[in-house]
Structures are given as structure tokens and as C-alpha cells.
Write a protein that binds this ligand. Sequence first.
Ligand code: PMP
Length: 455
Amino acid sequence: MSDTYARSNLAAIDAAHHLHPFSDMGKLNADGTRIIQRGEGVYIWDSQGKRYLDGFAGLWCVNVGYGRKEIADAVARQMNELPYYNTFFGTTTTPATLLAEKVTSHAGPHFNHVFFTGSGSEANDTWFRMARVYWSAVGKPSKKIVIARKNGYHGSTVAGASLGGMKYMHEQGDLPIPGIEHIGQPYWYGEGGELSPAEFGVKVARELEAKIDELGEENVSAFVAEPIQGAAGVIIPPATYWPEIARICKSRNILLVCDEVICGFGRLGEWFGHQYYGVEPDFAPIAKGLSSGYLPIGGVLVSDRIAHVLINEVGDFNHGFTYSGHPVCAAAALENLRIIEDEKLVERVRDDIGPYFGKVWGALGEHDLVGEAVSVGLMGALQLTTDKASRTRFEKPDAVGALVRNNALANGLVLRATGDRMLASPPLVITREEVDEMARIVKIALGAAWKELRN
Ligand code: PMP
């Protein structure tokens, strides 16, 4: 390790100079930050040499696991050959073009084009602008408003945070921007009341129809949603939800946007979440698993309906980023997709490790603290409760979630807590033994939390 990385006072340097995303910096500086130094497979090691099973794949992104030398080598090759060139003025690079072909080959057959970005947030900003350009080009310039969902997450740029429905984000800086409306989320456990999940799924989907009526169909551009809400707490919609949403979008001529930033690239046991739910979106923002997080890259899959207009009628689309289709990031993504294909990781999640994880994770629902233990593929949540039968919630959900998370961490497992939901999203290469290890540590963490709560 070079001297630059060997400095022992990194935590102090970090506190002095580094502002972290989504962090209370005063508290973080007082507590001290963990420094992660190495990764291999599903494991990461911190600067104290402590090993953790990363049950969260970094930030829902390290789909092929850590330490893939093939990706590092592909990146080094591309770095040496051409570290950067743009895709603006009539040029492209080999990796950018080949990645466009590869990534669209795995999406639904109506997706044959992709616009590259540097992140998931930029991907959401991109379709937001492209949708308006599309409607103007087809003679419906009034179709501008986007309907999104409470507790959706679509990034942290001004448009991304506005499309998202996170109250705590809107509160900082006068968001959402105009032209974005939010409807309810399909969170049966928390909001379904006496309705069955199936009834609730239809009811909450029909909020979309009511909102379109209220705003006027001629003013509505698109509806955006994550196939399964991630940051909100792995909210798995009732089976009745997506078919009803798709029906409404189609019958009312509203573009459907499935934000695939988390669900894409195998997490649900299909290449994309829209395939899992059998819907055909007009746009699909992607990022994370596209490169397994090895380098930053995102994009928007653009359906034939939109691409046709963009290509044949719009002329210049005045949008793009310096790093759109960055050759080194694209080379990393290409190698990552090759690994996912060659190792049949999507099929593995669908047929083998996903069902196994579902069984083991589901059994955690027997714990007294757990109201529901749900998953699709390798994306799971535990809902914490004070009483299973009545689905009663803790008075301080954040504190309870943090308690379980910190207990898991102390025992060598990274989980995420969103309020009182514990989230898991391990690398797609996780083995059965490692799934068992996850569950064993979760049980220890739940037990320790249970004890502390009773005291
Ligand atoms: N959409 C979804 C569904 C996400 O989960 C995220 C990130 N967690 C984003 C968009 C934003 O992606 P990024 O952080 O790369 O901008």
C-alpha cells in the first residue's frame, strides 16, 4: 500500500475536510467514520482489519461482487488506450457504442436505444427533459407534468430529488420544483389498513387515474416509479399494482417510466424490473448494476416510440454530459455485463440463490420483532413491529432500525435501515453458506435489539 493510503490519521483528516452525502456531519465527525479498505466477493474489510459481509452490495450496486480482476484489467486496458473522449460532436468510442448494443439487448424488445449519463440522478434528469421534448415534437406541448410517488427515490439532483417523494429532501431547498405531483405508494404493511393487499394495490394505483383527471390528461407527461421502491424500504407492491398502473398509463396516453437504477441488472431475477412485472415502460433510467459500481455510469433506455421521434423529428436534443458514454466507464460496464452473462447471474438469482434467500430471509419473519419478512430475488426487507397481529409501529422507528443495524454491524454484517425497515441487497454472487451467515447475524442483531428494547 502506498504512503498516501497508509496514513494513520485518516479519520481526523476526513473529519477536517470531507463532507459526506446524506450525513449529519457534526455527528459523523464526533462518532468518527469507518474506513473501508478492501473487498473480495461479498466481503469488505475496514481499516481495523474487521471483516463484514456486505449485505447491501455497497449501495445496491456491486452485483458481481468485489475484487473482479477482469473488470480492473478491462479498465486498465482502456485507460492505456484512450482514457477519455466525448460522444458529442459526431464522435463515439468503441466501448460506448458496444455498450449501447449490449445493454439494449437485455431490455424488453421495444427498447433499442440508450442515452448515457454519469449517474442515476442524471438519468432521471435526462428522461424528464426528453419527455417534454417528445410531447412538444408530437404536437402536445402542454403535456409537461410528471406524476411521481411519495417515498419514491429518483436521485439527488434538483429534478431527481423533486421526482422523488422524500419529505426530508423536499424540506431542504424548496422542492419539489413546479410540474411534479406525488401520489400514494403501494406500501400495504404501513398504509393498507383493513384492505387486502390485492385491494390496496388497485386502490393506490387508481390514485394515478384520479390525479390525471384532476390535472387534465392534456397536461400530464409521464408517471415515474421504481418497480420495487428501494430507498423507501424495499416496498414490494401487491401483485395487482403494476398491471393497473400499466393499464392507466396506456389508456390515458401517459408515458410510463420505470426507474431501474436498483432493480436493473439481475437483482429481481430478471435483467430488469419491468420484465419481472411484465410492463413496457417508455423510459428506464439505469445505473448502479450497469457497472456493478466499479466506475460511475448510468443511462436511460429509450423506447422505440420515443426514439423514433427523437431521431426523425426533433433535430438537436440539447442535453448531455461530459461523461456521457465515458470510454473507461463503458469498458468497465461491458466487462461487468459479460460476467453477468457468462456466469448466468440473472438466472442464478431467478432459479437458485433468489429462492433460497427468499426462504431463509422469510424465516426471519418468525422473530417477535419482525412483522413481515419479504423479498424478490436478492432484494429483501424486514418490517419491525411492536405487535405482529395489529401491525403496530414503534414510536421512534429510526432509533429501532438503527439499533438493529448497529448490532448487525458489530457482528460483521452490513444491512441498511430505512426507519423501522431493515434492508438487504447482497451481491448476486452470494453463496448459500453466505446467505445462512447473513441470517445468523440478523438473528443475533434482532435478539440483542429485542433485549435492549425490553430494558
Ligand atoms: N433512482 C433510484 C431508484 C435510486 O435508488 C438511486 C440511487 N440510490 C438513484 C435513482 C440515483 O442514482 P445516483 O445516486 O447514481 O445519482
